[in-house]
Write a protein that binds this ligand. Structure first.
Ligand code: UN1
Length: 513
């Protein structure tokens, strides 16, 4: 790690050997258990974090609820100005933060930088949005009446994020929530707590420089028990949670039990349909980046390749050849394509998936396995694998957060591919590779892909922030980042104003006294 400048990056981001994991801005504390952050890159202990106790959490919530009272009154474009400054700071610290993401989480340095770029992009988007946040005006049925709607800030927003995008997902939520007039309380994954502390440190500098109160940006750290403090807390009107379907179901039920709102970004089981009219070269790049990027740990990772039988062998050979070029190793070394999985538990899940596909009758055509020897001491490096399988295999129906790609065959019409495509419980991202307009439009039509994201001649991962991000079915239905995703961070109010001296009732009701 030394030769890649990790120590300098940690210093630039204010990471110490032992860090307080709870923060209301510039006030940092933490009296809970110690979390150790170990890098999957080399297995070394990066630093320790004091997690959030119940008392710490109460202190956070009291700062957050106090801060909200003032922050919501600040004009939205002025809130946007704070987000603009935050985005500028991220530009300055893009390299160290990208490096920390790579070192703590294991994705390639390029992808770490890409993740910070997503944070910068959402800040830019939010700054423009801060001058909009508009509702509609309607025509009243009553004379001399005006009717319109407006969006008001909601309150403290709880954010629970996953290890795989340890900084960007927070930024998608928080940049929008801040311009919307909300304050945020963030629990990053206990597998990537230092990324959370680094981001909070950056935000704290901006809030302090602008003389803003403690509590607009808050950080808590710990495992699911700390998350439960938020899901059960009616002071938090919205909980935005990213993670597994299993976690999402627990969060959704806890939040719904108190009639709060939740925004869920859960698992994907993303597929690319490859039709006889596909450009094979583009298909290979899209499929391979989709399957092995972030070592298959994106919620948008390509897990299934649904290929027409007439070109099946051609596509299979091209993808298998491409896998031979992949270099697995230290993600900070830009010569490598594939870094480690997050931890050894993930390695076990990967191995089990490969065993299961064989048990169910599948055929592994690119061998998997755990890398051993020099440079692989952490035990987290695995070989990206490909298996030929059937769509209804139990393992193919599940999301395995690892670089395992399933090759599935279809015959006849594109409808047959769409049926296989939609035959899973998840509904996040999807793609078709074709130069045939009819096939492309059928895939995008009402009878086409049932996912929240559907692409033509692009892979399943790497969405831009300008569009609404999220998926259907057990992916949870939430939408984050672009388009009108901001609306969930605000409460809508319908206003009707009578500027006459009469009081006519709606629906023509007469009520004489
Ligand atoms: C995630 O994996 O949780 O579309 C988010 C993508 C990225 C975001 C992925 N922009 O792959």
């Amino acid at each position: 790690a030394k030769e890649f400048g990790i120590d300098a990056a940690l210093k630039a981001l204010g990471i110490k050997k032992i860090n307080a994991g709870t923060s209301t801005g510039s006030e940092n504390f933490g009296s809970g258990e110690i979390i150790e952050s170990r890098s999957p890159v080399d297995g070394e202990l990066i630093a320790k974090v004091k997690s959030t106790s119940k008392e710490d959490y109460e202190r956070v919530m009291s700062a957050a609820t106090d801060a909200f009272v003032d922050w919501r009154k600040k004009p939205a474009p002025q809130r946007g100005e704070i987000v603009r400054q935050f985005g500028e700071k991220l530009r300055e610290l893009k390299e160290p933060l990208g490096k920390l993401v790579s070192y703590e989480m294991g994705k390639s340095y390029q992808e770490g930088l890409g993740e910070v770029q997503e944070m910068i992009d959402i800040c830019d988007f939010a700054v423009g949005l801060s001058r909009q946040l508009h509702g509609l005006t309607m025509h009243s049925e009553r004379p001399g009446h005006r009717m319109y709607e407006q969006y008001h800030p909601l309150g403290p927003v709880g954010i629970i994020s996953a290890f795989n995008f340890p900084v960007a997902v927070w930024a998608w939520n928080t940049a929008l929530a801040w311009v919307c007039g909300d304050v945020c309380v963030w629990k990053p994954s206990e597998k990537t707590p230092l990324c959370g502390i680094a981001c909070q440190n950056i935000a704290a500098v901006i809030f302090k420089a602008n003389n803003l109160p403690e509590g607009i940006s808050c950080l808590i750290n710990g495992d699911y028990k700390v998350g439960e403090m938020m899901t059960g807390d009616s002071r938090i009107p919205l909980v935005s949670a990213t993670g597994s379907i299993r976690m999402g179901k627990i969060v959704a039920q806890a939040v719904a039990a108190r009639l709060g709102k939740s925004l869920l970004e859960l698992g994907g089981n993303n597929a690319i349909i490859v039709t006889p009219d596909a450009d094979i070269k583009m298909t290979v790049i899209g499929a391979v980046f989709g399957a092995v990027g972030t070592a298959g740990q994106r919620c948008t990772s390509t897990r299934r390749l649904i290929v027409h039988d007439s070109i099946y062998d051609k596509v299979k050979n091209a993808v298998v050849d491409a896998y031979k070029q992949l270099r697995i190793g230290n993600p900070l070394d830009e010569n490598n394509h594939v870094g480690p999985l997050i931890d050894t538990d993930a390695v076990v899940m990967y191995q089990e998936a490969l065993q299961k596909v064989v048990d169910e009758g599948g055929k592994v055509i690119v061998d998997g396995g755990v890398m051993e020897g020099e440079g692989y001491e952490s035990g987290c490096y695995v070989k990206p694998a490909i298996a030929e399988a059937e769509p209804d295999f139990n393992i193919v129906q599940h999301e395995t957060f690892a670089p395992v790609l399933y090759l599935l065959k279809y015959s006849g019409d594109v409808e047959n591919a769409i049926e296989i495509h939609n035959g899973v419980v998840q509904g996040l991202s999807s793609a078709i590779m074709t130069n045939n307009l009819r096939e492309a439009e059928r895939f995008l039509s009402v009878a086409g892909s049932d996912c929240g994201i559907a692409n033509v001649n692009i892979g399943t991962s790497g969405a831009e922030i300008g569009g609404a991000f999220g998926g259907e079915k057990e992916t949870g239905g939430g939408r984050e980042s672009g388009s009108d995703a901001w609306k969930i961070y605000m409460r809508r109010q319908t206003n009707t104003i009578n500027y006459t001296t009469e009081l006519p009732l709606a629906q023509g009701i007469s009520f004489e006294l």
